[in-house]
Design a protein around this ligand. Structure first.
Ligand SMILES: *[C@@H]1O[C@H](CO)[C@@H](O)[C@H](O)[C@H]1NC(C)=O
Ligand SMILES: *[C@@H]1O[C@H](CO)[C@@H](O)[C@H](O)[C@H]1NC(C)=O
Ligand SMILES: *[C@@H]1O[C@H](CO)[C@@H](O)[C@H](O)[C@H]1NC(C)=O
Length: 268
């Protein structure tokens, strides 16, 4: 059964609570987050929320070894009925998608969140990193961050598939096999709100560059930024599908194809 191990989640909760998030700053993006690096899996998950605790958005950073077939995290502490973020490398690009499943089966693409990739995303010789703004992300089908209270405790789960690449690395909607390993950590969301948040999502994401924040490195996203009309989507980004309100035009060199009609179209 796919992801069957995670159904044992409740048995492991006591292990998790001992692991707590700590503040750190990412030198590439200039964004300071609160997060946790797993010493065994070498996966870092960090996040930061706006000062306003009624906001429905936040920034997440995921960093993992380049050798992993994929890396995924759950913002709800369980695989099922939680907002999931999944990333893997494709050549020198980050392929990213939001996912959801109501059981321990292959998670499907999930629409609702609006993802904007920020500086601090990319692939190098050793690691893959995704740093992104997630809007409309505190509430999802059958769940919510901190049970609706973003100053409460949240159990975060993350999973890693260490040996098997996804079926089609160029497709953000690709199937993938059950993870080899997984772990959890707990986050005290009351310490994860920052007065600098707005500077991270604007043009000031990097202290060392004057360029605009999003996508400084080759990155593709299944649910990339829904910005001004007339914007074009990057290659491998989403360009249509049920509920999609983002760009429907593709960057030159790619065209919009319905890869999973009617739910998902992608610039290819
Ligand atoms: C927010 O996400 C939910 C799914 O989690 C979706 O049903 C809803 O339409 C989204 N709202 C907006 C404004 O995109
Ligand atoms: C590769 O990226 C990781 C994660 O961002 C970073 O820690 C590491 O220093 C980078 N390595 C090189 C050689 O740039
Ligand atoms: C949210 O959680 C915090 C910490 O557990 C608690 O002090 C606060 O009263 C809660 N707020 C609401 C609106 O439930």
């Amino acid at each position: 059964m796919f992801f069957s191990i995670l159904s044992c989640l409740s048995l492991l909760t006591s292990v998790v609570v001992a692991q707590t998030n700590t503040p750190y700053c990412d030198s590439t993006s200039g964004i300071c987050l609160t997060g946790y690096t797993d010493p065994d899996l070498d996966i870092t998950v960090g996040f930061i929320l706006p000062e306003d605790d009624t906001s429905t958005e936040y920034i997440v950073q995921m960093v993992a070894p380049i050798s992993y077939g994929y890396t995924g995290i759950s913002m709800g502490g369980t695989m099922a009925n939680s907002l999931l973020f999944v990333m893997w490398p494709n050549d020198n690009e980050v392929v990213f998608s939001t996912r959801w499943t109501n059981g321990y089966v292959q998670p499907d693409l999930y629409t609702g969140p609006t993802i904007t990739m920020l500086k601090g995303s990319g692939v190098n010789s050793t690691h893959i990193a995704a740093t992104f703004r997630c809007q409309n992300c505190t509430v999802w089908e059958d769940g919510s961050l901190g049970s609706g209270n973003t100053t409460a405790f949240q159990l975060i789960a993350y999973v890693a598939q260490t040996t098997t690449m996804v079926t089609d690395p160029s497709d953000p909607g690709s199937d993938f096999v059950e993870h080899d390993q997984f772990d959890f950590f707990g986050a005290d969301l009351s310490t994860a709100h920052s007065s600098s948040y707005n500077s991270y999502i604007g043009s000031g994401a990097s202290s060392s560059s004057s360029s605009a924040a999003p996508v400084s490195t080759p990155v593709s996203s299944s649910t990339s930024t829904a910005s001004a009309s007339g914007a074009t989507q990057t290659k491998y980004g989403q360009c249509g599908g049920t509920g999609w309100t983002g760009p429907t035009a593709c960057a030159s060199g790619s065209t919009c194809n319905a890869v999973s009609p009617p739910y998902y179209s992608q610039c290819q």
